[in-house]
Design a protein around this ligand. Sequence first.
Ligand SMILES: NC(=O)c1ccc[n+]([C@@H]2O[C@H](COP(=O)([O-])OP(=O)(O)OC[C@H]3O[C@@H](n4cnc5c(N)ncnc54)[C@H](O)[C@@H]3O)[C@@H](O)[C@H]2O)c1
Length: 350
Amino acid sequence: MKVAVIGCGTIANAAHIPSYMKNPEAEIKYFCDIIPERAQAAVEKYGCGTAVVDYHEVLADPEVEAVSVCTPNNVHSVIAIDALRAGKNVLCEKPAARVYSEALEMQKAQHETGKVLNIGVVNRFNDSVNRIKEYIDQGKLGTIHHVYVSFRAHRSIPGLGGAFTTKAIAGGGALIDWGVHYLDIVMYCCGDPKVKTVSGETFSKLGKDMENYAYTDMWAGPPKYDGTYDVDDSVTALVRTEGPTITVNGAWAQNIGEAEQYIDFMGDKAGIRLHYGSDFTVYTTENGALVSYTPKFTMRDHFQNEIDAFVDCVKTGKKLPSHIDTVIVTAEMMQAIYDSAEQHREIVLE
Ligand SMILES: NC(=O)c1ccc[n+]([C@@H]2O[C@H](COP(=O)([O-])OP(=O)(O)OC[C@H]3O[C@@H](n4cnc5c(N)ncnc54)[C@H](O)[C@@H]3O)[C@@H](O)[C@H]2O)c1
């Protein structure tokens, strides 16, 4: 299967490209980036494909069956929609888009074309997350009434003043960048319950005074002090669903001293803490005593799982749990959190 990678930056090089290279069915025909050196560097590094700067060139090639969209969020919807309309199957990085309305446009194009549109909610291919889902589906936790989500870092604002902190490019900050993963895990593990109400507040506090933001390291590039910082660096929210109530506390930067990155699934029979990106611990009772245990298992590379599943679903037509139809719910929820924060009131979703 001939594929193309559009956007040859961090996530393309860390995950998509190496995973396609290891997939026996896939062959990368194009590396596309508006920065020509990045596309050319990929051709040289991986020893295959052609470097192009304009993604329309990729879409015009009838041999290309599938594309990965690994660009900043502002062009997710336009590239994904153009690709679908050109008859390509698409794996678009998370978040689906900057705002819910763009995600809806993407879903509409998917429905009209019938091509695959999956979003890079890679945790749906994570072995820890899938084991938790299995525990929940088997009723081991009983009824889950509450899920507590914490994705708080001490100092982790990415590329201050760059794409990640510019609302017009990213659509938002800590919530849309990190929260999307956590909220998606909750929805997936809890069977994608219908969301009823959303109340949230977002804050842009620690990064706003860019010159005085104290930090020890910075991912996504060095600060651009003449750049833009107009996104949330922390968020809190309460989401009522037809299943559990979800409380959310997230931050790229907060004066808390150390990172707190986990999800607590609280059931009446047992609870589970997912140590984000790692294993999980089960808390329950046994013979009248309190017990806890941390299952040991081999964690496969979840990006490889995601790419393998994408290539397979293009061939088989199988609908994956990362399909736009499921991910759209998280896009709506995040939009409602942002709307609630802006209007300082609860949002009721029909
Ligand atoms: N799944 C994950 O855990 C994960 C992790 C990191 C990033 N991401 C997502 O991946 C996306 C990219 O993030 P990144 O950190 O790799 O960013 P990046 O800036 O390192 O790379 C993006 C690349 O896209 C290129 N680009 C921009 N517009 C383009 C266009 N119109 N056509 C072709 N190329 C274009 C840029 O020149 C750049 O090289 C974001 O949406 C981000 O949220 C996901």
